[in-house]
Ligand binder design. Structure first.
Ligand code: KG4
Ligand code: ZN
Length: 351
């Protein structure tokens, strides 16, 4: 079954074709970053209009890259929420109209389920159960995935999302939009340990997060500093280390609590290199310091198979993309799920 996937929930127009036999056949992405840069954030109306301009050319391009015509498609999937209502409407209307014209089934996909299952796109060996860390600009959640469609929220942020914290912190130190990746790049030349920020909510039980206090700490440190380029990099490094360590502590807790052996990381912040390295070390290394027990060693001798693993999608599939929507849509359509031909979106939607 070949499914066309359409993603337009925010500021990226993403299109892909996923084949349930052969995997991902093609994908294309158009980012509106430059359009919104001068405003320092996404302008919803501009986003909708740009999706209108870019979506159909991207559909044509993706089909051409896959060597397919529209008549080769068996279904259409589009992001139905959560997201910006106007932006969602563009993808939903186009997806519905294509499906109607081609007499195909269509399904609206939850954007976060897309992120959640994106690591399965290129890793056929990855199967539930697993624990997923969803870290994007709008969400920070730990989710237990018992099976596809069976999701239990273990914890989430009480205020800012991790990506939002990256973006806001970058902005207050004068970095250009979009700040997250820029701040991460800067942190590479920052010296560790010079600025030490707190690891919010790690000193109490539970799996919830809170990142809004961190940016205030950074603001105070930045205002009191000499504001030189090296200091900015040092502060960026201190901030990144605090976020990464906080996420790692909660991931470790979630794995222990659920007994899951696989950790999956998805969402834009999953592109962060230091987070990837830290979580890799977490599943491979001893818990609670060098003398602590191995997280996944139970049942295996020192030479036994390393059973713990962490899976990340490639960076391009961590951030918003059409491939994850085509993939989830294909799973749902193959299971016989599709909806009546009406254009509806759900800008606020629990998974
Ligand atoms: O999943 P995503 O593309 O969009 C949604 O929010 O749904 O995530 C975007 C977020 C932004 O906040 C961005 O700053 C952050 O992911 N991000 C990063 C990195 N790349 C993207 N944060 C830290 N380090 C990165 N390398
Ligand atoms: Zn997203």
């Amino acid at each position: 079954m070949r499914v066309l996937g359409i993603e337009t929930s925010c500021d990226e127009t993403g299109v892909a074709v996923y084949d349930t036999e052969r995997g991902l056949l093609a994908h294309a992405l158009y980012s509106q970053v430059e359009l919104h840069a001068e405003y320092g954030g996404v302008v919803p109306e501009l986003a909708s209009r740009d999706h209108v301009r870019k979506l159909l050319p991207l559909v044509r391009q993706t089909l051409a890259e896959a060597g397919l015509g529209v008549e080769d498609l068996d279904g259409v999937a589009y992001t139905a929420g959560p997201g910006l209502v106007g932006a969602l409407m563009v993808g939903a209307a186009a997806g519905r109209a294509l499906a109607w014209a081609l007499d195909l089934p269509a399904v609206g996909v939850h954007h976060m389920e897309g992120h959640l299952l994106a690591p399965m796109l290129e890793d056929p060996g990855l199967k539930p159960p697993f624990v997923a860390l969803l870290v994007s600009g709008g969400h920070t959640q730990l989710v237990e995935v018992a099976a596809i469609g069976a999701y239990r929220l273990l914890g989430e942020t009480l205020d800012d999302a991790a990506g939002e914290a990256f973006d806001k912190t970058a902005k207050l130190m004068g970095l250009p939009y979009p700040g997250g990746p820029e701040l991460a790049r800067l942190a590479e030349s920052g010296r560790p340990g010079l600025f030490k920020f707190s690891r919010p909510m790690t000193d109490r039980p539970g799996l919830d997060f809170s990142f809004s206090g961190l940016k205030t700490q950074v603001l105070l440190a930045w205002q009191a500093s000499d504001q030189s380029p090296q200091t900015r990099a040092d502060i960026a490094r201190g901030f990144e280390d605090a976020v990464v360590e906080t996420l790692a502590v909660k991931c470790e807790r979630a794995l222990k609590q659920t007994g899951a052996r696989t950790l999956v990381v998805a969402g834009g912040v999953g592109a962060n290199v230091r987070l990837r390295e830290r979580l890799q070390a977490l599943v491979a290394g001893p818990v609670g310091g060098p003398s602590g027990p191995k997280l996944f060693a139970k049942g295996f001798g020192p030479e036994g198979p390393p059973t713990g693993r962490v899976c990340f999608p490639r960076p391009a599939f961590c951030t918003d993309n059409g491939a994850m929507i085509a993939f989830v849509g294909a799973l749902r359509l193959r299971a016989g799920q599709h909806e009546a031909p009406a254009v509806t979106v759900t800008p606020r939607w629990d998974m």
